[in-house]
Each structure stands twice: as structure tokens, then as C-alpha cells.
Design a protein around this ligand. Sequence first.
Ligand SMILES: Nc1nc2c(ncn2[C@@H]2O[C@H](COP(=O)(O)OP(=O)(O)OP(=O)(O)O)[C@@H](O)[C@H]2O)c(=O)[nH]1
Ligand SMILES: [Mg+2]
Length: 382
Amino acid sequence: MQLEVIGVGGAGCRIADAIRAAEPTDHSFLTDVFAFDTDESDLNRTVIPESNRFRYGPDESDGGLAGYLERGRTLGRDRVDDLLESADRATPGAADGVLVAVGLGGATGGGAAPALVSALQQRTDAPVYVLATLPADREFTRADPSESAPLAGDPNATTDAPPRPTAAANAVATLERLDGVASAIITFDNEDWLRPGETLADGRDRCNRELATRVAAVFTGGGSADSVAQTVIDASDIRRILGDQSSVVALGYGDQTVETNGSRFGLGLLSAEPDIETSEAVSAVETVVRKGIRGKLTLECDPETAERGLLIVGGPPAWLNRRAIAEGRRTLESAIGGSGILGGDAPRPDGDRVFAAVVLAGIRSDRLAELRSAADRTGRVD
Ligand SMILES: Nc1nc2c(ncn2[C@@H]2O[C@H](COP(=O)(O)OP(=O)(O)OP(=O)(O)O)[C@@H](O)[C@H]2O)c(=O)[nH]1
Ligand SMILES: [Mg+2]
């Protein structure tokens, strides 16, 4: 399908950047990518073309809003129409969907997202999805004082103040405002993806690459001119699965590098299709499907809670064993509690891996309840 991506705030713009980098060269799926932020220096660190980057807000907001969500909302409400207009979206109407990327927990992205999504919903018939990161506990929780108790009189002693004390409260407040506005909310939990002891600044690029790989695998869809999928997943299929009721969505992914016909070494002329044992192809598909469903999701949840699910199995055509893909679909069907399942394939003649991309929509996750309790502890924002 054809997707327009708008990143807002530091996380949103970096993730938009990563999605752009993950777009397969032979399978474009992006119409346009935009970056909106109050913070000029963050904006300028992206590689999104300058014509698609927009700084907004009064001069004193440059550098960000330091987590002050109410300011982010006011600025967002006031400036959203201008932003969408000045973005002069090169191909308005050409996109089958819009994806607004934000980091929940901050003020700029989370503050602007509800107004932005709602303005976009009014301007287009296409669905407007949100891609939202959830904050990690280390951002809003004070380090355990028993572990880092400063020695009396230590001149280097700090108060161990968490870097974003309002992150949980901001995230919960923004999620509530997106409910009923966003077509669906695709989530990525930083808590689960950052390594123990790792700071967000150290881990974020890796996290963004992981997320972008999953987004690209889901939205790139089926085949191409030279290789047609047996079952193409198109924009309306994605829409059926993601829905239009602000469902919470988690993505799963599994891949495995496989032997290809060596065309990149000039041998492909002799045999266009490599000889692959059926059992090997079946086993590769089974492995990636299992990883996609049972492996680490972008938001931890029990797949059983999902109302709808989508499975896309992709890779070099000779590896896409029909029976194994059909079996994978049945595996997903029995893993989820709901009954809405779609499956498709995505031939990648030049690819060197078999992959499975999984969408679980309408999930319930304990992590969201945890963030709500953390917001109650650290102070709610309306
Ligand atoms: N996965 C991921 N999460 C990020 C990244 N940067 C920030 N975050 C998360 O997003 C939340 C919001 O951070 P930012 O996006 O920098 O905040 P902002 O929207 O620019 O808002 P202010 O700077 O407060 O005005 C943080 O609390 C983190 O949880 C990133 O590059 N990747
Ligand atoms: Mg910022």
C-alpha cells in the first residue's frame, strides 16, 4: 500500500527517519515522510529532506517543551492546520493511509498528536493510524535508592531524579485523547526493548530500526511487477485488520537468512530458481511464523486477547511454500481469541531472508494497566 508518514516530536521524527531508511529500494511504500518538532536541533539531526521538516512554536519552545504536556497540546491545537498546509503534501490523496509517529511520554509529539490526527481524519477518507512508543520505567522512576545510596558528604551525590518524571502520566493522558480519534494505535514498548541498564539515548536507534523493520514488512504488502504474490495484502486488508476504532495493536516479526540463487554473484543466469528442498522451505516458514507469533512483540501481550490478526510471509519466491504459509495462517487463527484473520505472501526475488510479519489488533496488555498505575503514583495529567 502507499503510506504517508508524519513524525512529531523527537521520537516521532527519529522513527519516521528509520521507516524511510527501511523502505525496500525495489518496493516503495511511502508517498511522503514529514517531520514536525518544536526542537530545531532534534529536527536537524534527521535525514528527512529539509523541505519536509517543520519547526513550530515560539522561539522559547526551541529545545523542546520539557515534558510539559499542556503546552504541547496548546501548541499542537494552534499550529496543526498551518503545519499540514505548509507541509504542502506533495501527493495529497495518493496515500492509502497516514501513519503519525510519536513518542508517548513527551510533550511535543504527545501534545500535538490528538489534534493532528483529528485534523487529518477530517481531510482524508484514508485511515489515520498512530505509531506510538510507550515510555520505559527508568524514564519516570527514581533509581532504587538502596542501590545507589550516596555516601554521606559525597560531592558527586545526585538526587537521582528520573529524566522524564511525567512520562507515564503524559503517555496515559495522550492515549486517552487518541481513543476514538486514531483509526488504530500501533504500540512499541521501550521498557521491553531497551536492555537492562541501557539509557534511551543509547538504545533508541536500535529500537527504531527494529520497529521500522516491522512497519515496513507490514505496510509494504504483496508482490511487485516482476513477482506477483499469490495472496496480495492490500490497503483495504490492512484497514480491515487494524480497524477504525482506535484498537491497540502489537506487531510481531521473525526472519531467517536463507540461501539464494547467487544471482548477485553472477550465477543467476544459469538457474533463475534455486533448487530448494521442500522440507527446508517448510521448516523456514514454520520457524519465522512461530517467531512472529510467539516471539517478542512490540508490546507484550497474550495473542489470545487479539480480536484480529494478519500474517504476511515474505522472501525469495522459491522459499514461499504454499502449504507452510497456509498452515501458518491456521496457527495464527488458533493463537488469537478473535476470528478475523487474513494472510498473504510477499515475494522478494532479491531478498536473502524469509520473514513473517504479524499484526495483532484489539489486544489487551498488562503494560497499559501498569502505566496507568504509574501515572496515578506520579501524578495524572488531564
Ligand atoms: N523508541 C524510541 N522512543 C523514544 C525515542 N526518543 C524518545 N522516545 C520516547 O518518547 C518519549 C517522548 O520523547 P520525545 O519524543 O523526545 O519528546 P517530544 O515529543 O520531543 O517532547 P518534548 O521534548 O518534551 O517537547 C520518551 O519519553 C521516550 O519514551 C526514540 O528515538 N525511539
Ligand atoms: Mg523534544
